[in-house]
Design a protein around this ligand. Structure first.
Ligand code: FE2
Ligand code: FE2
Length: 272
């Protein structure tokens, strides 16, 4: 059966098991790029994504406030960090496919879909790498509770593509660039080479995802003749709950096309 790109997206979003979700995601990405290379692109098609993606019975999903704090110095603390990263990667797989399927009424160049299929493929790889590390440590994805926070960003921006680009790649994924070097240090000190290698892959590829966000945010603002910076600040204040927290990875943010006036003004609580 030949699927359209949006049917592929809904197929991934409707698959509950994490490993299976990621296997399908990678297969669909390979098919998309093979067809692009052959000059016979897969049609975008139409398919309605679910409001929330299918997920396995475990992990138990808690309100962010109820997730137990982790102590990074201990072996259990390191497992908890890897578990939290696996959860973020799985959310990211769904978030990128959701972006592909969610806004069919907005006419975008094919390069927009290339970027998000590639990002979804990379997130699927990241999930697998981090799950492998967890399993080497005798744990697995689902062994600990996780939080529901990330999908809220998707629901809040389900009818606003600019809001989605602002909050998901340009705020949440950019935050990953800020915190990943510290995590690499923790696993380096613990001598966990496989986790360090996985995090280095993630760190390198996440710059690209933030850059795709910035690229298409600027594209859409430019198409409407809008100045991107005030639009961005307004959308983040509307959809992202709470101030951004420094320190920021200014070098990687710059590499990804996020200038300082896109984040420093958001560090203060919004009084307006
Ligand atoms: Fe990732
Ligand atoms: Fe990402």
């Amino acid at each position: 059966m030949t699927m359209s790109l949006r049917q592929m997206a809904v197929d991934v979003l409707s698959t509950a098991d994490g490993r299976e979700k990621c296997a399908r995601s990678r297969r669909h990405a390979a098919d998309w790029f093979a067809a692009r290379k052959a000059g016979t692109p897969i049609p975008l098609g139409h398919a309605t994504p679910p409001l929330a993606p299918a997920r396995p019975d475990r992990p138990e999903l808690l309100d962010p406030r109820d997730v137990p704090r982790r102590r990074p110095g201990s072996a259990q603390g390191r497992i908890a960090i890897l578990h939290a990263i696996a959860h973020i990667e799985l959310n990211a797989v769904d978030l990128h496919w959701d972006l592909i399927a969610r806004f069919p009424e907005i006419d975008m160049p094919l390069g927009f879909y290339d970027d998000w299929v590639k990002a979804a493929d990379e997130e699927s790889k990241h999930f697998g790498l981090v799950c492998d590390c967890l399993e080497t440590l005798g744990s697995h994805y689902g062994a600990l509770p996780a939080h529901t926070g990330m999908w809220r960003a998707a629901e809040d921006t389900a009818s606003d593509i600019l809001g989605r680009l602002a909050v998901v790649p340009m705020v949440l994924e950019a935050r990953g660039l800020d915190v990943t070097p510290g995590m690499i240090e923790i696993f380096t000190r613990a001598g966990m080479d496989d986790a360090v290698a996985a995090l280095n892959v993630i760190y390198a590829e996440e710059v690209g995802h933030v850059a795709y966000g910035s690229k298409w945010f600027n594209f859409l603002c430019g198409r409407e003749g809008k100045d991107p910076q005030p639009v961005f600040l307004e959308l983040v204040r509307r959809y992202f709950h709470g101030p951004l927290r420094p320190p920021f990875n200014e070098e990687k943010r710059a590499q990804a096309g996020i200038p300082p006036d896109f984040y420093w003004p958001l560090t203060a609580p919004d009084l307006g």
